[in-house]
Every structure is written in structure tokens, then in C-alpha cells.
Design a protein around this ligand. Structure first.
Ligand code: NAD
Length: 255
């Protein structure tokens, strides 16, 4: 599994899982450009500071990114303890805005990896809503649609991870057929990173207590990065439009 010769952009690169993806992608031969609102804590080949909740900041970041590259990892995200408008902007609308803004710069054979979550697993229950939102083009129009179709604060994190999975399914094949660019989601279970405590607060004691016996333990960031690097690599060239659980089996226990 090599990323030799590839240039990869990783959002959320300054912490947690994104940082582990940066580390492993570089070890695997890639030149890695990080993108985050916070300064990086590890070595990268380039870094762009930007707020992925703000379309103007994203547009400025797009100008600062390389003219062409071979992979995009959308790992930046905020937990559901943040205001639901921010969750919508960073976890969904901003991710889409960035991805659509660079799609023409991705080389044939390139790969996009979006960070969903085990908590996005109930997307079939709201499939029609998510398909409708997936067709609403642009950041501002997306915000307007969400103002008319409000999402509860308590489940906003789940809602926008579900929406991300459905957008990925709805969009992936079109880009693969047109430009040979693949796009997939990964769905981690709980992972030891700085936002794990926020997820515990967000889900509440009952859900945490019911999930605990279903899993060995939360994962580590360096257990999430290898499947992401695989999806970025040419070894995954026939994998497109999937949502890959990386959760030590947790999702399988909900069946
Ligand atoms: N940790 C978990 O248990 C877990 C589980 C499932 C999915 N995820 C998802 O994995 C991804 C990575 O999460 P993590 O656990 O590494 O979290 P983290 O908080 O360690 O890292 C998130 C990164 O995103 C950046 N970020 C947040 N808002 C931003 C903004 N507006 N503009 C630019 N950068 C911004 C942060 O600065 C940070 O560096 C997220 O999408 C998260 O939803 C995490």
C-alpha cells in the first residue's frame, strides 16, 4: 500500500484522527498538505489555515491549495455539543463546498475520503430528506433549506453524518464516471481523540452505558488511519461510493 508520488490534502489535520492520517500518508510516500483552523502540531509538507464553517475562508483556502492533487481527506469535524448551525456548516455544507471547489483539480485516479461516523448509521430512516438536501446546490442554498427544515440540536451530529453518507452515495458515481475520481466514507466508532468526551456528553449516560458492553474499547487514531490510506491508494481503485465502518464491530451489533 503506497501513496508514493501522490499529493494529498487532509482537513482536520491539526488534531486526532486527521493528524494520524497525515502521519501515515507521509510515511506511505505522499506529500501531504494539511488544512485546519488551528496550527499543526506535526510535520507536514504544507499547511493552509482556514475555517471550514465559512465559505469565504474555504474559497481563500482553495486558492492556496496546489493546482492539482491526488487525494482529499475530509476529516475536520465538530461534535454535537457545538451549536447545530456550526455542525451543519463544518460537518456538511463546508465539506461539500470545499470538495466541489477542488473537484476539477483532482487528478484521474484520485480519491476522496469523507469522515462519517457509526452515529450516521440511521440514514435509511431519513433517506428522502437527505437525498433532497444532497440535490440542493451550494452553501447558502443549503443553509436556506435547513432553515426551512430545522434539525433538532440533540441529534444534529447524527443528522449531518447521515446526510454526508447519502451525499457521498448520491455523488460518487457521477464523478467516477466523468473524471475517474472516487469518493467514499469511513464510519469510525468511538475513538480516543480530544472530542471523545464531547460525544459522551452528547449521547448521554444511558446510550454510553448501552454501547459499552457491545465493544472491546474505543479505537485509537492509528487504527483509523490505515484503512483511510488504503482508500487513498490505487489498491482501492475499484472501491467507490461505500461507507466503510472502522469500529471494531460496533455497528454490526445494532442489527
Ligand atoms: N473521535 C471519535 O470518536 C469519532 C468517531 C466517529 C467519527 N469521528 C469523526 O472523525 C473526524 C475527526 O475527528 P477527531 O476525533 O479527530 O476530532 P478532533 O477534534 O481531534 O479533530 C478535529 C479537527 O477538525 C478541526 N476543525 C474543527 N472545526 C473546524 C473548522 N471550522 N475549520 C477547520 N478545521 C476545523 C479541528 O481544529 C481539529 O483539528 C470528525 O469528522 C469526527 O466527526 C470521530
Amino acid at each position: 500500500m503506497t501513496l508514493s508520488g501522490k499529493t494529498i490534502v487532509v482537513t482536520g489535520a491539526s488534531s486526532g484522527i486527521g493528524g494520524e492520517v497525515v502521519r501515515l500518508a507521509r510515511f506511505s510516500g505522499a506529500r501531504v498538505i494539511g488544512l485546519d483552523r488551528n496550527d499543526p502540531l506535526i510535520t507536514m509538507d504544507g499547511f493552509v489555515k482556514a475555517d471550514l464553517g465559512d465559505p469565504a475562508s474555504i474559497d481563500a483556502a482553495i486558492k492556496a491549495l496546489p493546482g492539482s492533487f491526488d487525494g482529499l481527506v475530509n476529516a475536520a469535524g465538530v461534535p454535537g455539543t457545538a451549536d447545530k448551525a456550526l455542525v451543519a456548516r463544518v460537518n456538511y455544507l463546508g465539506l461539500r463546498h470545499l470538495t466541489e471547489g477542488v473537484i476539477d483539480r483532482l487528478t484521474p485516479g484520485a480519491s476522496i475520503v469523507n469522515f462519517a461516523s457509526v452515529l450516521g448509521g440511521e440514514w435509511p430512516q431519513r433517506l428522502d430528506q437527505h437525498k433532497t438536501l444532497a440535490k440542493v446546490a451550494g452553501f447558502a442554498a443549503g443553509e436556506a433549506w435547513l432553515a426551512a427544515h430545522p434539525v433538532p440540536q440533540e441529534t444534529c451530529y447524527q443528522y449531518f453524518k447521515e446526510a454526508l453518507i447519502v451525499w457521498t452515495f448520491a455523488q460518487a458515481q457521477q464523478w467516477f464516471l466523468a473524471s475517474n475520481v472516487r469518493m467514499n466514507c469511513v464510519a469510525p466508532g468511538p475513538v480516543f481523540t480530544p472530542i471523545l468526551g464531547d460525544f459522551v456528553t452528547m449521547l448521554g449516560a444511558d446510550r454510553v452505558a448501552s454501547d459499552a458492553p457491545r465493544m472491546k474499547r474505543p479505537g485509537f487514531g492509528d487504527e483509523i488511519a490505515p484503512p483511510v490510506v488504503f482508500l487513498l491508494s490505487d489498491a482501492a481503485r475499484w472501491i467507490n461510493g461505500i461507507n466503510l465502518p472502522i469500529d471494531g464491530g460496533l455497528a454490526s451489533t445494532y442489527v
